[in-house]
Design a protein. Structure first.
Length: 544
């Protein structure tokens, strides 16, 4: 699974000098927590002064304690605010940056020569471009070239935490995009798997019990977080292959991103996400958000999803280990996710395919780590299982997904960034644990997809996340509206007497991987499969 990079236009040196004097008149405030993650990396020199970089300012929210209370109340059936979600306009009025604060941030950037300035619809993020030299002057930090000594990957990064004039720092939480250390990855594996019982729409509907719901996704909008493109012909071919009556498929370009005319290696990921949702909820209308694969693009995408409020469910199969993401970028995205949750959006994110060593693909580290954004408390992190079905395609059982070095293992562990939310208090009193739930992700029960005009089998938690999103689309239809962050509901059911009615408890297997001992599946919650997979009609009856 995933992350992002970019650029800017040089101004005359004299102009840069004159603007620096204006913008930096106030005392400087260093933004703590904004240093780039540089573990096991060596600085190899200065970044070219003219290199264009796209970055973003994340602006502060207001009344954050009240926001956290609202997010708790809106998911509490005993509260009068239960499921009384906010419109984007209501959220902005209660918690968002003011127009004056956004204008202040824009003016600061303009004074320092930034170009391409774009403010998100909810005023929480301001994306911009500048040369490395301009950004060094603007944020009082060098920007150097680095070499990851483990993976050999070259990247640029700010040498120290950025600093802003005191007046500007009063409205700005963080600066993201001064480094391209982490890139959003996806987990869809496409090499020829071992002998498989590939899963198709009829198998998924039967095994996970959604065929009894009398729901198709009609009238519900589902969103997809993507950093690559797709060909609508592949989606149409999949629908035709399985006789699925499909809703519309729409691309939403974020800040001008355009992948569909020439998709890259992530095309199969996008196809997988869309087609798995179609497998259970084909009649939903799909909105594929596409952004530049950079920290600034990531933030702009999540903010646009919340600002647009086109969708009520979002599937996410791209991410980065928390260390590569960095606390500053993660917390900036978390504000966008919190906004969406307050508006009733349900988010599902793949928990990763490297067991408890989520940084292995990005830095070679075998230290225990989890994937972001699955670790965000306002997102349901989805782990992996291997599904077995009987001769009638009925559910026969699941074990924790672990195909070893050749195929991966379901991600899980404990966050280093986010505290354990109240609804997870019986599982953790310190930091947030993942995953929350799980579904099929193994080679042996790979998903059949159409991609690049070819039919093949794909696996990974990249398939499990859209499967849970599809189930939630059906729940939106069944229950007549948005459901928001379902984690509190999942944990309430899991900790209660109805657990076996709603979930398939996965009790066998582990996510040992890369020579690192992980966690073992067991009765109830575990850090391999969470609460397990959904029993379609059973869980549906408990969610409403």
């Amino acid at each position: 699974m995933r992350k992002l990079v970019a650029a800017a236009v040089p101004l005359p040196a004299l102009l840069c000098l004159s603007l620096t004097g204006v913008a930096h008149a106030d005392p400087l405030v260093t933004l703590s927590g904004n240093a780039a993650p540089l573990a096991a990396s060596a600085r190899t020199g200065d970044t070219d002064a003219g290199q264009r970089i796209t970055a973003a300012l994340s602006l502060k929210l207001h009344n954050q304690q009240a926001l956290q209370q609202f997010l708790a109340d809106v998911q509490n059936p005993a509260s009068p605010k239960y499921h009384h979600f906010l419109t984007p306009q209501q959220f902005n009025a209660a918690f968002g940056p003011t127009q004056a604060e956004a204008d202040q941030a824009v003016k600061f950037l303009e004074q320092n020569g930034a170009t391409g300035i774009k403010v998100s619809g909810n005023r929480q993020a301001v994306t911009f471009s500048g040369t490395a030299a301009q950004l060094e002057s603007t944020f009082h930090t060098g920007i150097g070239n680095y070499l990851d000594s483990v993976t050999g990957r070259k990247f640029f990064a700010n040498d120290a935490a950025p600093a802003l004039p005191k007046a500007v720092s009063s409205v700005v939480d963080s600066v993201v995009g001064l480094d391209n250390h982490g890139v959003k990855q996806h987990s869809a594996a496409t090499k020829a798997p071992r002998e498989v019982k590939a899963v198709t729409p009829p198998i998924l509907q039967s095994a996970y019990g959604t065929g009894d719901l009398s729901a198709t996704g009609a009238g519900v909008n589902v969103g997809f977080v993507e950093f690559d493109g797709y060909d609508k012909a592949d989606i149409a071919a999949y629908d035709s292959k399985y006789n699925l009556k499909a809703g519309s498929v729409n691309t939403v370009s974020v800040n001008g991103a355009d992948y569909d005319s020439n998709p890259g290696e992530g095309e199969t990921e996008v196809d997988l996400d869309l087609e798995v949702v179609h497998a259970l909820a084909a009649e939903a209308d799909s909105y594929v958000y596409e952004a530049e694969n950079s920290s600034a693009g990531e933030l702009a995408m999540y903010q646009q999803i919340a600002s647009d409020k086109k969708v009520s469910v979002v599937s996410i199969s791209w991410g980065a280990c928390e260390a590569a993401e960095g606390a500053s970028a993660a917390n900036s995205v978390d504000k966008a996710i919190s906004t969406g949750a307050a508006e009733g959006i349900s988010y599902f994110a793949a928990a990763g395919d490297d067991g408890t060593t989520d940084c292995a693909r990005q830095s070679g580290s075998k230290d225990k780590a989890v994937d972001f954004p699955a670790s965000d408390p306002n997102i349901s992190g989805v782990g992996g299982t291997e599904l077995s079905v009987d001769s009638s395609n009925g559910y026969s059982g699941e074990v924790a997904w672990n195909d070893g070095a050749s195929g991966g293992a379901g991600g899980g562990g404990i966050s280093t960034i986010f505290d354990a939310p109240s609804w997870q208090s019986k599982q953790s009193t310190t930091k947030r644990k993942v995953p929350d739930v799980s579904a099929d992700a193994a080679q042996g029960s790979a998903y059949t997809v159409v991609s690049g005009g070819q039919t093949g089998n794909v696996w990974g938690t990249s398939g499990a996340a859209p499967l849970w999103a599809a189930f939630t689309v059906l729940q939106n239809q069944v229950h007549g509206g948005s459901l928001g962050n379902l984690n509190e509901k999942f944990y309430s059911i899991g900790n209660g007497s109805d657990y076996g009615t709603g979930f398939n408890d996965v009790t066998k297997g582990n996510n040992d991987f890369n020579g690192t001992t992980g966690f073992s599946a067991g009765t109830g919650y575990d850090q391999v499969t969470g609460w397990g997979s959904f029993k379609g009609s059973g869980l549906s009856g408990l969610i409403g």
